[in-house]
Design a protein around this ligand. Structure first.
Ligand SMILES: [Zn+2]
Ligand SMILES: [Zn+2]
Length: 134
């Protein structure tokens, strides 16, 4: 084991609540106290946990939560991108629809004008009794 890991371990390991100079190897869950091996027999009937395991577990939990966070950030990014794609698609559809509507309206207007023109011509023909030729 390297010095760095040892140093880290010293820093992250809690001390015994009674023997401050000693590193607590155990945690009594019943008393909520960190205890050294020396104090261990006093908590024999209590539920104790090995600090080593606890640290290991919490380290794993941290790694897991970081991975979870990274994953959720990634998923959020994908979702945001998906949202954006959907929005752009929707906007494109909307723009197409507007153009189509305008086209339809224009065609309808032209058709209407042609119809009106024809009707005017027809009524002119009818009123004069004979086709207008010039
Ligand atoms: Zn205890
Ligand atoms: Zn102790």
């Amino acid at each position: 084991m390297s010095d760095k890991v040892l140093e880290e371990r010293k820093q992250s390991s809690p001390e015994c609540f009674e023997h401050r100079q000693q590193t607590a190897a155990w945690k009594c869950n019943q008393c909520s106290l960190f205890i050294s091996s020396q104090c261990r027999p006093n908590h024999d009937s209590h539920q104790v946990e090995q600090v080593e395991n606890m640290l290991q577990n919490s380290r794993q939990k941290i790694v897991k939560s970081v991975q979870c966070l990274q994953l959720s950030t990634m998923v959020a990014g994908i979702l945001a991108l998906d949202d954006q794609t959907k929005r752009i698609r929707k906007e494109t559809e909307l723009a197409k629809e507007i153009v189509n509507n305008r086209k339809k309206k224009l065609i309808r207007k032209i058709e209407q004008e042609v119809k009106t023109l024809n009707e005017t011509l027809d009524s002119d023909t009818e009123s004069s009794g004979r086709p207008v030729e010039s």
